[in-house]
Design a protein around this ligand. Structure first.
Ligand code: 1CP
Length: 348
Protein backbone atom coordinates (compact mmCIF):
# COMPACT_ATOMS: atom_id res chain seq x y z
CA UNK A 1 0.00 0.00 0.00
CA UNK A 2 1.46 3.36 -0.90
CA UNK A 3 0.61 6.65 0.74
CA UNK A 4 -1.77 7.68 -2.03
CA UNK A 5 -4.03 4.67 -1.55
CA UNK A 6 -3.68 4.68 2.24
CA UNK A 7 -6.71 4.29 4.49
CA UNK A 8 -6.24 7.89 5.58
CA UNK A 9 -6.22 9.45 2.13
CA UNK A 10 -9.16 7.30 1.05
CA UNK A 11 -11.17 8.36 4.10
CA UNK A 12 -10.31 12.04 3.60
CA UNK A 13 -11.45 11.76 -0.03
CA UNK A 14 -14.73 10.17 0.99
CA UNK A 15 -14.32 6.47 0.46
CA UNK A 16 -15.11 4.51 3.65
CA UNK A 17 -12.13 2.14 3.91
CA UNK A 18 -12.31 -1.33 5.46
CA UNK A 19 -11.14 0.04 8.77
CA UNK A 20 -11.27 3.51 10.26
CA UNK A 21 -7.92 5.32 10.35
CA UNK A 22 -6.74 7.01 13.54
CA UNK A 23 -4.07 9.58 14.46
CA UNK A 24 -3.81 12.27 17.15
CA UNK A 25 -3.31 15.99 16.88
CA UNK A 26 -0.08 16.82 18.79
CA UNK A 27 0.91 13.14 18.78
CA UNK A 28 4.52 14.29 18.30
CA UNK A 29 5.49 16.15 21.40
CA UNK A 30 5.53 16.42 25.10
CA UNK A 31 3.46 13.39 26.02
CA UNK A 32 6.34 11.20 24.80
CA UNK A 33 9.41 10.68 27.04
CA UNK A 34 11.52 9.96 23.93
CA UNK A 35 10.51 13.42 22.62
CA UNK A 36 11.40 15.20 25.85
CA UNK A 37 14.76 13.44 25.82
CA UNK A 38 15.57 14.49 22.24
CA UNK A 39 14.51 18.10 22.84
CA UNK A 40 16.88 18.70 25.78
CA UNK A 41 19.09 21.67 24.96
CA UNK A 42 17.40 22.61 21.66
CA UNK A 43 14.97 25.50 21.31
CA UNK A 44 11.63 24.58 19.77
CA UNK A 45 12.06 26.47 16.48
CA UNK A 46 15.65 25.28 16.11
CA UNK A 47 14.35 21.71 16.52
CA UNK A 48 11.72 22.36 13.83
CA UNK A 49 14.43 23.52 11.39
CA UNK A 50 16.88 20.68 12.10
CA UNK A 51 15.90 18.14 9.39
CA UNK A 52 17.19 15.00 11.11
CA UNK A 53 15.72 15.98 14.48
CA UNK A 54 12.34 17.07 13.08
CA UNK A 55 12.14 13.85 11.06
CA UNK A 56 12.94 11.68 14.08
CA UNK A 57 10.36 13.45 16.28
CA UNK A 58 7.75 13.05 13.53
CA UNK A 59 8.40 9.31 13.40
CA UNK A 60 8.39 8.65 17.17
CA UNK A 61 4.60 8.46 17.66
CA UNK A 62 4.16 6.31 14.53
CA UNK A 63 6.59 3.73 15.91
CA UNK A 64 5.14 3.85 19.40
CA UNK A 65 1.40 3.93 18.74
CA UNK A 66 1.00 2.41 15.27
CA UNK A 67 -1.16 5.33 14.14
CA UNK A 68 -2.31 5.50 10.51
CA UNK A 69 -0.56 8.81 9.81
CA UNK A 70 2.38 10.94 10.82
CA UNK A 71 1.93 14.67 11.31
CA UNK A 72 4.96 16.71 10.45
CA UNK A 73 6.76 18.01 13.54
CA UNK A 74 6.86 21.77 13.09
CA UNK A 75 4.80 24.72 14.28
CA UNK A 76 2.36 27.18 12.78
CA UNK A 77 4.88 30.02 13.27
CA UNK A 78 7.71 28.27 11.38
CA UNK A 79 6.80 29.88 8.02
CA UNK A 80 6.91 33.29 9.72
CA UNK A 81 10.40 32.54 11.01
CA UNK A 82 11.31 31.46 7.45
CA UNK A 83 9.97 34.80 6.19
CA UNK A 84 12.42 36.53 8.54
CA UNK A 85 9.94 37.54 11.27
CA UNK A 86 11.48 37.64 14.79
CA UNK A 87 9.56 34.93 16.67
CA UNK A 88 10.45 32.46 19.41
CA UNK A 89 8.49 29.73 21.14
CA UNK A 90 8.73 30.13 24.88
CA UNK A 91 8.56 26.86 26.83
CA UNK A 92 5.23 26.50 28.61
CA UNK A 93 3.82 29.58 26.89
CA UNK A 94 3.91 29.41 23.11
CA UNK A 95 4.81 31.71 20.20
CA UNK A 96 6.06 35.20 21.11
CA UNK A 97 6.84 37.96 18.58
CA UNK A 98 9.48 40.64 19.11
CA UNK A 99 7.31 43.25 17.34
CA UNK A 100 3.53 42.80 17.42
CA UNK A 101 1.76 43.84 14.19
CA UNK A 102 -0.92 46.27 15.35
CA UNK A 103 -1.01 49.35 13.15
CA UNK A 104 -1.38 49.96 9.41
CA UNK A 105 2.33 50.81 9.37
CA UNK A 106 3.19 47.51 11.05
CA UNK A 107 1.07 45.68 8.48
CA UNK A 108 2.68 47.57 5.59
CA UNK A 109 6.16 46.72 6.85
CA UNK A 110 5.40 43.02 7.31
CA UNK A 111 3.54 42.55 4.04
CA UNK A 112 6.43 44.12 2.11
CA UNK A 113 8.18 40.76 2.60
CA UNK A 114 7.64 38.57 -0.47
CA UNK A 115 5.89 35.33 0.62
CA UNK A 116 8.16 33.53 -1.88
CA UNK A 117 10.89 34.04 0.76
CA UNK A 118 9.21 31.22 2.68
CA UNK A 119 9.64 28.75 -0.17
CA UNK A 120 13.23 29.90 -0.68
CA UNK A 121 14.09 29.37 3.00
CA UNK A 122 12.15 26.11 3.38
CA UNK A 123 15.00 23.76 2.40
CA UNK A 124 15.19 22.26 5.95
CA UNK A 125 11.43 21.62 5.85
CA UNK A 126 11.61 19.88 2.47
CA UNK A 127 14.60 17.86 3.64
CA UNK A 128 12.85 16.76 6.86
CA UNK A 129 9.68 15.80 4.98
CA UNK A 130 11.78 13.83 2.48
CA UNK A 131 13.47 11.83 5.27
CA UNK A 132 10.12 11.12 6.94
CA UNK A 133 8.39 10.00 3.74
CA UNK A 134 11.27 7.62 2.93
CA UNK A 135 11.17 6.13 6.43
CA UNK A 136 7.37 5.83 6.62
CA UNK A 137 7.21 3.42 3.68
CA UNK A 138 3.59 3.92 2.71
CA UNK A 139 2.19 5.42 5.90
CA UNK A 140 1.00 8.89 4.89
CA UNK A 141 2.50 12.10 6.23
CA UNK A 142 0.16 15.00 6.96
CA UNK A 143 1.60 18.46 6.35
CA UNK A 144 0.00 21.46 8.01
CA UNK A 145 -0.15 25.22 8.35
CA UNK A 146 -1.84 27.71 10.64
CA UNK A 147 -4.79 29.48 9.04
CA UNK A 148 -4.48 33.27 8.58
CA UNK A 149 -6.75 34.13 11.52
CA UNK A 150 -4.98 31.85 14.01
CA UNK A 151 -1.58 33.16 12.88
CA UNK A 152 -2.87 36.72 13.20
CA UNK A 153 -4.19 35.96 16.67
CA UNK A 154 -0.54 35.55 17.78
CA UNK A 155 0.99 38.17 15.53
CA UNK A 156 -1.34 41.05 16.38
CA UNK A 157 -1.33 40.28 20.09
CA UNK A 158 2.41 39.56 20.13
CA UNK A 159 1.89 36.23 21.90
CA UNK A 160 -0.77 33.80 23.16
CA UNK A 161 -4.06 35.30 24.33
CA UNK A 162 -7.40 33.96 25.49
CA UNK A 163 -9.87 35.89 23.36
CA UNK A 164 -7.66 37.19 20.53
CA UNK A 165 -9.25 40.59 20.99
CA UNK A 166 -6.68 42.60 19.05
CA UNK A 167 -6.90 40.49 15.90
CA UNK A 168 -10.70 40.38 16.11
CA UNK A 169 -10.80 44.16 16.59
CA UNK A 170 -8.53 44.90 13.63
CA UNK A 171 -10.89 43.33 11.09
CA UNK A 172 -13.64 45.73 12.14
CA UNK A 173 -11.59 48.82 13.02
CA UNK A 174 -9.43 48.74 9.90
CA UNK A 175 -10.78 46.15 7.45
CA UNK A 176 -8.33 47.25 4.81
CA UNK A 177 -5.24 46.64 6.98
CA UNK A 178 -6.79 43.38 8.17
CA UNK A 179 -7.40 42.26 4.58
CA UNK A 180 -3.79 42.96 3.64
CA UNK A 181 -2.44 41.15 6.72
CA UNK A 182 -4.70 38.11 6.33
CA UNK A 183 -4.04 37.96 2.57
CA UNK A 184 -0.30 37.97 3.20
CA UNK A 185 -0.62 35.28 5.88
CA UNK A 186 -2.65 33.18 3.43
CA UNK A 187 0.19 33.33 0.89
CA UNK A 188 2.76 32.49 3.58
CA UNK A 189 0.67 29.49 4.70
CA UNK A 190 0.23 28.43 1.06
CA UNK A 191 4.01 28.46 0.50
CA UNK A 192 4.56 26.37 3.63
CA UNK A 193 1.91 23.84 2.60
CA UNK A 194 3.32 23.75 -0.94
CA UNK A 195 6.83 23.00 0.34
CA UNK A 196 5.54 20.04 2.38
CA UNK A 197 3.47 18.65 -0.49
CA UNK A 198 6.36 19.10 -2.96
CA UNK A 199 8.53 17.03 -0.61
CA UNK A 200 5.98 14.21 -0.34
CA UNK A 201 3.23 15.00 2.20
CA UNK A 202 0.07 13.03 1.29
CA UNK A 203 -2.52 15.34 2.88
CA UNK A 204 -2.58 18.71 4.62
CA UNK A 205 -4.44 20.10 7.60
CA UNK A 206 -5.18 23.79 8.01
CA UNK A 207 -5.33 24.63 11.73
CA UNK A 208 -7.66 27.53 12.50
CA UNK A 209 -7.53 26.63 16.16
CA UNK A 210 -8.85 29.93 17.46
CA UNK A 211 -11.55 30.63 14.85
CA UNK A 212 -14.17 29.71 17.45
CA UNK A 213 -13.61 33.10 19.08
CA UNK A 214 -15.21 34.79 16.05
CA UNK A 215 -18.76 35.89 15.39
CA UNK A 216 -20.00 33.72 12.49
CA UNK A 217 -20.60 36.79 10.31
CA UNK A 218 -17.03 37.98 10.96
CA UNK A 219 -15.74 34.51 10.11
CA UNK A 220 -17.60 34.55 6.79
CA UNK A 221 -16.69 38.10 5.80
CA UNK A 222 -13.14 38.53 7.07
CA UNK A 223 -11.62 35.09 7.58
CA UNK A 224 -13.00 32.29 5.38
CA UNK A 225 -11.89 33.84 2.04
CA UNK A 226 -8.29 34.02 3.28
CA UNK A 227 -8.33 30.45 4.60
CA UNK A 228 -9.62 29.35 1.24
CA UNK A 229 -6.73 31.15 -0.45
CA UNK A 230 -4.24 29.36 1.81
CA UNK A 231 -5.36 25.93 0.53
CA UNK A 232 -6.21 26.89 -3.05
CA UNK A 233 -2.90 25.80 -4.59
CA UNK A 234 -2.55 22.45 -2.80
CA UNK A 235 -6.14 21.25 -2.84
CA UNK A 236 -5.90 19.81 -6.36
CA UNK A 237 -2.85 17.80 -5.27
CA UNK A 238 -3.74 16.33 -1.87
CA UNK A 239 -6.82 16.11 0.39
CA UNK A 240 -7.34 19.06 2.74
CA UNK A 241 -8.55 18.87 6.36
CA UNK A 242 -9.80 22.04 8.04
CA UNK A 243 -9.89 22.14 11.84
CA UNK A 244 -10.91 24.69 14.45
CA UNK A 245 -11.93 24.65 18.11
CA UNK A 246 -15.40 25.90 19.07
CA UNK A 247 -16.50 26.42 15.47
CA UNK A 248 -19.91 24.73 16.04
CA UNK A 249 -21.90 27.93 15.39
CA UNK A 250 -20.53 28.10 11.83
CA UNK A 251 -19.35 24.56 11.21
CA UNK A 252 -20.70 24.38 7.64
CA UNK A 253 -18.63 27.45 6.75
CA UNK A 254 -15.52 25.43 7.64
CA UNK A 255 -16.13 23.59 4.36
CA UNK A 256 -14.94 26.75 2.60
CA UNK A 257 -17.51 26.40 -0.17
CA UNK A 258 -16.59 22.81 -0.90
CA UNK A 259 -12.81 23.39 -1.11
CA UNK A 260 -12.22 21.17 1.94
CA UNK A 261 -12.37 17.34 1.86
CA UNK A 262 -12.61 16.79 5.63
CA UNK A 263 -13.69 18.96 8.55
CA UNK A 264 -12.07 18.43 11.94
CA UNK A 265 -14.62 18.65 14.75
CA UNK A 266 -13.77 19.50 18.36
CA UNK A 267 -15.17 17.54 21.33
CA UNK A 268 -18.12 19.82 22.01
CA UNK A 269 -20.42 18.54 19.29
CA UNK A 270 -21.33 14.87 18.74
CA UNK A 271 -20.21 13.83 15.25
CA UNK A 272 -23.71 12.90 14.06
CA UNK A 273 -24.89 16.42 14.94
CA UNK A 274 -21.83 17.84 13.17
CA UNK A 275 -22.65 15.81 10.06
CA UNK A 276 -26.21 17.19 10.05
CA UNK A 277 -24.77 20.70 10.00
CA UNK A 278 -22.09 19.93 7.45
CA UNK A 279 -24.32 18.14 4.96
CA UNK A 280 -23.20 15.53 2.44
CA UNK A 281 -19.96 15.42 0.50
CA UNK A 282 -17.45 15.90 3.30
CA UNK A 283 -15.61 13.55 5.68
CA UNK A 284 -15.17 14.22 9.39
CA UNK A 285 -12.20 13.90 11.74
CA UNK A 286 -12.39 13.77 15.52
CA UNK A 287 -13.54 13.99 18.21
CA UNK A 288 -12.50 12.17 21.39
CA UNK A 289 -12.69 14.59 24.33
CA UNK A 290 -9.07 15.05 25.54
CA UNK A 291 -10.43 15.20 29.11
CA UNK A 292 -11.54 11.56 28.81
CA UNK A 293 -7.91 10.45 28.34
CA UNK A 294 -7.65 10.60 32.13
CA UNK A 295 -10.79 8.54 32.75
CA UNK A 296 -10.67 4.85 33.74
CA UNK A 297 -10.30 2.73 30.57
CA UNK A 298 -13.90 1.40 30.49
CA UNK A 299 -15.19 5.00 30.53
CA UNK A 300 -12.79 6.07 27.78
CA UNK A 301 -13.50 2.92 25.75
CA UNK A 302 -17.25 3.58 25.82
CA UNK A 303 -16.58 7.16 24.68
CA UNK A 304 -14.34 6.07 21.77
CA UNK A 305 -16.98 3.54 20.66
CA UNK A 306 -19.63 6.25 20.84
CA UNK A 307 -17.46 8.60 18.75
CA UNK A 308 -17.02 5.84 16.14
CA UNK A 309 -20.74 5.03 16.09
CA UNK A 310 -21.67 8.68 15.54
CA UNK A 311 -18.93 9.05 12.93
CA UNK A 312 -20.80 6.53 10.79
CA UNK A 313 -23.24 9.33 9.93
CA UNK A 314 -20.51 10.84 7.70
CA UNK A 315 -19.36 9.56 4.31
CA UNK A 316 -16.07 8.67 6.07
CA UNK A 317 -14.48 9.24 9.47
CA UNK A 318 -10.91 9.57 10.72
CA UNK A 319 -10.65 9.07 14.48
CA UNK A 320 -8.72 11.77 16.32
CA UNK A 321 -9.04 13.85 19.46
CA UNK A 322 -11.22 16.95 19.57
CA UNK A 323 -8.02 18.97 20.09
CA UNK A 324 -4.35 18.23 20.81
CA UNK A 325 -2.91 15.59 23.14
CA UNK A 326 -2.51 17.22 26.58
CA UNK A 327 1.19 17.14 27.59
CA UNK A 328 0.56 15.04 30.72
CA UNK A 329 -1.24 12.26 28.86
CA UNK A 330 -0.15 8.70 29.58
CA UNK A 331 1.07 7.62 26.11
CA UNK A 332 -0.06 4.05 26.82
CA UNK A 333 -3.64 5.28 26.71
CA UNK A 334 -3.13 6.57 23.15
CA UNK A 335 -1.70 3.22 22.05
CA UNK A 336 -4.71 1.49 23.56
CA UNK A 337 -7.10 3.73 21.61
CA UNK A 338 -5.28 2.86 18.37
CA UNK A 339 -5.64 -0.86 19.18
CA UNK A 340 -9.34 -0.42 19.90
CA UNK A 341 -10.03 1.51 16.69
CA UNK A 342 -8.04 -1.00 14.64
CA UNK A 343 -9.95 -3.91 16.14
CA UNK A 344 -13.22 -2.42 14.89
CA UNK A 345 -14.11 -2.67 11.23
CA UNK A 346 -15.78 0.24 9.54
CA UNK A 347 -18.72 -1.87 8.38
CA UNK A 348 -21.07 -3.56 10.86
O1 1CP B 1 8.25 23.35 24.48
C1 1CP B 1 7.81 22.55 23.63
O2 1CP B 1 8.05 21.32 23.59
C2 1CP B 1 7.01 23.17 22.55
C3 1CP B 1 5.59 22.76 22.57
C4 1CP B 1 5.11 22.78 21.14
C5 1CP B 1 5.05 21.68 20.26
C6 1CP B 1 5.45 20.24 20.54
C7 1CP B 1 4.69 23.91 20.43
C8 1CP B 1 4.66 25.30 20.92
N1 1CP B 1 4.37 23.50 19.14
C9 1CP B 1 4.58 22.16 19.01
C10 1CP B 1 4.43 21.34 17.80
C11 1CP B 1 3.24 21.55 16.96
N2 1CP B 1 2.52 22.69 16.86
C12 1CP B 1 2.71 20.60 16.08
C13 1CP B 1 3.44 19.26 15.85
C14 1CP B 1 2.90 18.12 15.31
C15 1CP B 1 1.88 17.34 16.14
O3 1CP B 1 0.69 17.72 16.14
O4 1CP B 1 2.23 16.29 16.70
C16 1CP B 1 1.59 21.18 15.47
C17 1CP B 1 0.66 20.57 14.46
C18 1CP B 1 1.49 22.49 15.98
C19 1CP B 1 0.51 23.48 15.54
C20 1CP B 1 0.17 24.59 16.46
N3 1CP B 1 0.99 25.43 17.13
C21 1CP B 1 -1.16 25.05 16.66
C22 1CP B 1 -2.36 24.44 16.00
C23 1CP B 1 -2.74 23.16 16.66
C24 1CP B 1 -3.46 23.29 17.97
O5 1CP B 1 -3.01 22.64 18.92
O6 1CP B 1 -4.49 23.98 18.02
C25 1CP B 1 -1.13 26.14 17.53
C26 1CP B 1 -2.28 26.95 18.04
C27 1CP B 1 0.25 26.39 17.82
C28 1CP B 1 0.79 27.47 18.66
C29 1CP B 1 1.61 26.93 19.75
N4 1CP B 1 2.88 26.44 19.57
C30 1CP B 1 3.35 25.96 20.76
C31 1CP B 1 2.34 26.14 21.75
C32 1CP B 1 2.46 25.75 23.19
C33 1CP B 1 1.25 26.73 21.11
C34 1CP B 1 -0.09 27.11 21.75
C35 1CP B 1 0.03 28.36 22.54
C36 1CP B 1 -1.35 28.86 23.03
O7 1CP B 1 -1.92 28.18 23.89
O8 1CP B 1 -1.81 29.87 22.51
Amino acid sequence: MDAVTSLLVRAYRGDRPERTPVWFMRQAGRSLPEYRELRVGTRMLDACLDPALAAEITLQPVRRHGVDAAIFFSDIVVPLRLAGVAVEIEPGRGPVFESPVRTREDVAKLTAIDPAEVAAAAAPVREAVGIVVDELGGIPLIGFAGAPFTLAAYLVEGGPSKEHLRARAMMHADPDAWGRLAGWLARVAAEFLGAQVDAGASAVQLFDSWAGSLLPSAYRAHVAPHSREAIEAVRARVPVVHFGVGTGPFLADMRLDGAVDTVGVDWRMPLDAAVRQLGAGVSVQGNIDPALLRAPWPVLEAHVRDVMRRGRAARAHVVNLGHGVPPDTDPGVLTRIVELVHAETADP
